[in-house]
Design a protein around this ligand. Structure first.
Ligand code: ADP
Ligand code: ADP
Length: 237
């Protein structure tokens, strides 16, 4: 469902963050992208939804090359991709519910979304998601009243409410303690399975990746140096 072809990113500084990456992610597959800091993980995720513009190569999501889309078509394509961030990126002064609903239009329509009343179906879905992640009782709390783990669960709901086909997850546990990190990884991978969602999860914690995902892709200096099951990774080290 997602295919990267010779995906290359060279920043203006001359940093070659991605060097002709080829990668295929089948429908419903969850993979972890691991590698040392500076390997290009974050660049890869951001090139897929074009928060970063690739220098060359193709990003093919269900037969559409996203690198060739104009602004309107890109906006529609981005609704197929949910994004989860390390630092949650919640709007602090809004409630949990409002933060979840803000995901309904995708990030491009972010501010516009506060100018209208939400359809009841969206509100219902937000309640269902909050219930699923155990935050129903927090729906009316402000985002800045939440713990890190709770904030990330709101981030997960916000990404899922637009019913994406692909989740792009950038270091979801980097700001969390080990126990909460495991809970968040379990939640993300379970939700992907329940919803048949594909996901690419950037994560520097190799042990955590091995615990929860069936496929690991290792990046180093902008190149894929490993692609296989978690057990194979252990054997190679
Ligand atoms: P990772 O997520 O694996 O830590 P990044 O994708 O953040 O790696 O970075 C890959 C390389 O690209 C690094 O050499 C980094 O310095 C460089 N890089 C990342 N973002 C930028 C940017 N905005 N401008 C210039 N160079 C960047
Ligand atoms: P630009 O104004 O350069 O087009 P954006 O406004 O799309 O950039 O995004 C700027 C940054 O804010 C992004 O790197 C992203 O991490 C973050 N961001 C944008 N929209 C959202 C959102 N809806 N939820 C969370 N983070 C967002």
């Amino acid at each position: 469902m997602l295919r990267l072809q010779k995906l290359t990113k060279t920043y203006k500084t001359g940093d070659q963050a991605l060097k002709a990456i080829d990668l295929e992610v089948p429908k419903g597959q969850v993979l972890a992208l691991i590698g040392p800091s500076g390997a290009g993980k974050s660049t890869m995720i951001r090139c897929i939804n074009r928060l970063v513009e690739p220098t060359s190569g193709a990003v093919i999501l269900e037969n559409t090359d996203l690198t060739k889309l104009g602004p309107g078509a890109l906006r529609r394509a981005r609704r197929e991709m949910g994004m989860i961030f390390q630092e949650y990126a919640l709007v602090e002064r809004l409630t949990v519910m409002e933060n979840v609903l803000s995901g309904r239009l995708g990030y491009v329509g972010f501010w516009r979304s506060f100018l209208r009343r939400y359809p009841q179906a969206d509100v219902d879905e937000a309640f269902r998601l909050l219930d699923r992640v155990g935050l129903l009782h927090m729906a009316d709390k402000r985002a800045d009243e939440l713990s890190g783990g709770q904030r990330q669960r709101v981030g997960i709901c916000r990404a899922l409410i637009q019913n994406p086909k692909l989740l792009l997850v950038d270091e979801p546990t980097a700001s969390l303690d080990p126990k909460t990190s495991r809970q968040i990884m379990r939640l993300i991978t379970e939700l992907c399975r329940e919803r048949g969602l594909a996901a690419i999860i950037n994560i520097h914690d190799v042990a955590l990746a091995q615990m929860f995902v069936p496929r690991i892709v290792g990046l180093r200096f902008g190149e894929i140096v490993f692609d296989g099951v978690p057990a194979a990774l252990t054997a190679e080290k």
